[in-house]
Design a protein. Structure first.
Length: 573
């Protein structure tokens, strides 16, 4: 229900969505009564003094749920106000929260404030005591939507607790850390967080902090979206105690209505080793074990073949990447040493296993930007001077990357790599043989094969990367972005699991003669046929993996791809 003075667009802007009652009740039940796990839970007697905080209380759905569970454990309902605490920036929400609490004969200490301005109990001016439980659903808002001052304040609050966050983080991250500064050492945390907690790079400090701060951590995952009008999947984080942990408990459900099935010890335990993303925690234990075993025994990181590297950074692709028509208009030529062939910006042009001279010509004739301006610094020709003047008229010389290099009009072109690697992908990341020997921009990566890599890798890797183990690795090590985009930075692409040298050569011997037919299938969009054939050759014929293990890896790759893209989108590719 949208209250007067509020609206759905305003709630979306600040990342506020109505929490389903089943989730609020479940988190409050666990936080107040402690029915999961072995960490010390509040006893009935201890409930007389228990204090519960919702740092972004909204309309008090969590405070109401906690208050219902505290009834009968305090002398009178009217005294619940000494046990329930809420903070919110929006007065409209607080007014409705107070009214809803009164309707049920409850009260709470509600504070109108930016939560990052609220001093922690160990700071001067603190007005809130240490809490036995912190529960809630912080807004999922990107830092970039806040001003610089708000961003700095949030990061500083997290830093005071020893957690350093980057400017890429969403607001929930520092709020979570700051909220736990109000929590007793043996207190309980019960929060609704975005599922990106498990997968994105900026959340790594949060993942490390959770491991080090709490004695036990439980993660509850859902297959379906749980919030109306929201596209973000969520994970419930239930943590208790202090001193750190080396494993998490995982729970998987279709919907929040299934939460009542959770009982102690009816869970999966995931051991945590090292840092990095937790995307693989979205998979059942068996699939994680199979992937790890195959990876350890038969695969090697892509960096063993060659390290992925960034393409040319121009500072203004629209000026430095030229169409043939623009080059002809200004009289710039490759023969004069002013232009170099490139793959046009973006990766939509790379549909097959290789990028060839005929493909480049077709893109040139179609009006794509196939030339990179990269003249000799001593070139003083009238043609180049004219184009440089054109760039100055457009203000290109004032772009940051142009201002810091001399001369501004000569970007440092990267030498042609052996392979291209797609930086951002919809269906799957791909490697493409650079058959034409052209250079590229930073909208994709390049791979220069090492001397020890087999010569056949230049043609074999783009095809053999279409195996389900490598594709599952891409989902695990890559980053999921809006619209289902999978992004892989060079460091992430470097650890992509690919067949070891021997397995690659053996599988290539099976598939090489069929390469052109497979390439046509790929360009025709029949990529599932390609994956099936590569899995048969590499995983079954060469590696001789059990067919059930291969089926489990295939299912795991489909599962993570569906979570990233959405079930309907994933089903169409």
């Amino acid at each position: 229900m949208i209250r007067p003075g509020d609206s759905a667009p305003l709630r979306k802007e600040r990342g506020a969505f109505f929490t389903p009652l089943a989730i609020a009740d479940y988190l409050a039940e666990w936080a107040v009564r402690g029915e999961m796990g072995s960490a010390r839970a509040p006893s009935a007697e201890g409930s007389r003094d228990i204090r519960v905080l919702d740092p972004t209380c909204g309309e008090a759905v969590f405070l109401l749920a906690a208050g219902r569970r505290l009834r009968g454990k305090v002398p009178a309902d009217g005294e619940l106000g000494r046990h329930l605490f809420g903070v919110d920036l929006h007065q409209t929400s607080l007014d409705w929260a107070r009214q809803l609490l009164r309707d049920e004969g409850m009260d709470a200490q509600l504070v109108k404030a930016d939560f990052f301005d609220v001093p922690t109990p160990d700071q001067l001016g603190s007005t809130l005591p240490l809490m036995d439980a912190v529960i809630g659903n912080p807004p999922f808002v990107r830092y970039q939507k806040h001003g610089a001052e708000a961003q700095a304040k949030a990061r500083q609050a997290a830093l005071r607790q020893g957690v350093r966050l980057s400017g890429l983080a969403s607001s929930w991250a520092p709020l979570l850390v700051h909220a736990c500064a109000f929590l007793k050492p043996e207190g309980r945390l019960a929060m609704v967080l975005p599922a990106e907690l498990l997968t994105v790079g900026y959340a790594e400090p949060i993942r490390v902090w959770l491991r080090n701060r709490f004695e036990q951590v439980h993660l509850v995952l859902f297959d379906r979206l749980q919030f109306d009008d929201a596209v973000e999947k969520v994970v419930l984080v239930l943590a208790a105690g202090s001193g750190g942990c080396d494993s998490f408990s995982l729970y998987y459900f279709d919907d929040a209505e299934d939460l009542g099935r959770v009982r102690t010890m009816e869970n999966l335990t995931a051991a945590l080793t090292g840092g990095g993303k937790w995307t693989d925690l979205l998979l059942p234990n068996r699939q994680r074990r199979i992937f790890k075993k195959i990876n350890d025994e038969h695969m090697i990181p892509l960096s063993r073949y060659g390290s992925p590297e960034l393409g040319t950074v121009t500072g203004a692709n629209s000026f430095f990447a030229l169409t043939d028509a623009t080059a002809n208009e200004f009289g710039l030529t490759e023969m004069a040493g002013q232009l170099r062939k490139i793959v046009p910006p973006g990766s939509k042009h790379l549909k097959g296993l290789s990028f060839s001279q005929p493909q480049w010509r077709r893109l040139r004739d179609a009006g794509e930007a196939v030339w990179l301006l990269c003249p000799d610094p001593d070139d003083d020709s009238p043609e180049l001077r004219s184009y440089i003047k054109h760039g100055k008229d457009l203000g290109v010389d004032q772009a940051y990357k142009c201002r810091i290099r001399t001369p501004w009009w000569r970007p440092p072109a990267v030498s042609p790599p052996d392979l291209f690697f797609t930086y951002m992908s919809h269906r799957y990341p791909r490697m493409v043989t650079n058959s034409i020997g052209c250079t590229f921009l930073n909208s994709m990566h390049g791979i220069r094969l090492r001397e020890e890599a087999p010569a056949s890798a230049r043609f074999a890797l783009p095809l053999l990367a279409f195996n389900s183990v490598t594709m599952l690795g891409a989902e695990i090590f890559g980053r999921s972005y809006g619209g289902g985009i999978l992004k892989m930075e060079p460091s992430e692409a470097a650890v992509l699991p690919v067949p070891n040298f021997k397995a690659m050569q053996q599988a290539w011997a099976i598939l090489a003669d069929d390469r052109h037919r497979i390439d046509r299938q790929l360009q025709g969009g029949r990529w599932t046929n390609v994956v099936k054939r590569v899995d048969e050759a590499l995983l079954l014929e060469v590696l001789k993996l059990p067919s059930d293990d291969v089926a489990q890896v295939q299912e795991a790759a489909r599962t993570l791809r569906s979570r990233r893209m959405g079930a309907e989108d994933a089903a169409t590719v």
